[in-house]
Design a protein around this ligand. Sequence first.
Ligand code: AMP
Length: 285
Amino acid sequence: MLLNKICDVRDAVREWKQKEFKVGIVPTMGALHEGHLSLIKKAKETCDKVVVSVFVNPIQFGPAEDYDKYPRTLEKDYELCSKEGVDVVFAPNPEEMYGEGGRLSNDTLTYVCPPFFYVNKLCGKSRVGHFDGVCTVVLKLFNIVQPDFGFFGQKDAQQVIIIKKIVKDLNFPIEIIQCPIVRENSGLALSSRNKYLSENGKQDALALSLILNNIKSCYKKGITDIVALKETAYAFLNEKHELEYLEFVDKNTLEDKLKADDDTLVLIACRVEGVRLIDNTYIGV
Ligand code: AMP
C-alpha cells in the first residue's frame, strides 16, 4: 500500500496495534538499492508489519548540497518494496511533513538537535545542521509510525550512533537494529549517490574500501599507531580523490581513539568527481 498522508499511516498502524502486531520502520530517501533491501528483509524477519518511508528530507541538506538533483524513483521503489512484502510505503511530500512551503527555516520549525559532541565531527563537521535535520525527520517518523523497531544501515555509522543516543536520551520505546554494509563485488559500498559517478569514477571510488581493508590488515599484523595507519591510505589516493576525513573512533561512543584497538571504527569520506562518498569498517572483526 502506498500512502502519502500522515493520518492514513496512523489509521493503518492503529489497526495493527489493536492486533498486537510488532511494527518496524525502515526510513529511506528512496532510489532503493540492495543496501536498502537488506534492511527491509531484516525488518520483515523481525516484525509483523513493515513501513518503509521514502522521503527526500529537505532539512538535512545544506544549501550547496544535492537536494534538487537527488534521484527520485518512487514508482520503482514501490515495486521493489511490494516484491519484498512491505506493508506500507509512506511517501509524503515536503508540505505533508513540514507544512506549507515544505522547507521551513530554523526559526519556525521545532528541531531535534543531538549533542554537539556527536555532531561536531566526521560528517557533521562539513555538513553543518545535517544531523539536526536527520534526527528531526526520524523522530517525526517514529511519532507517526510508533514502531517497535527501527532499521538503519552501518553505511551511515555516525547516523546510527546518533539515532541510538537520542532514542535512549528521549526514552523512545524503540529498538534500533543496525544492518551491515552491502557492497558491490568490487567492494564499493552501495549508495544512491553512486548513480552520479561515471565508470571511471566508480573505479576511483574503490579507493575508499581498499583503504579501509588495508588498514584492517595492517591492524591485524599488529600496527596500532593511528598516524602510521592513516599514512597507509596515501598509496590509494591520487589527484582524482579529495579526502575529507579518515578517522579512528570508538565504535559505540564516537570518541577519538589514541591507539587502534578491537573497538575501533574507521570512517572515511572522500569526494570523487565531486560526489561525496562515505564508508567505514570495524577493524577488530
Ligand atoms: P538513505 O536512503 O541513503 O537515507 O539510506 C536509508 C538507509 O539505508 C540508511 O539507514 C542507510 O544507512 C541504509 N543504507 C544505505 N546504503 C546502504 C548499504 N550499502 N548497505 C546497508 N545499508 C545501507
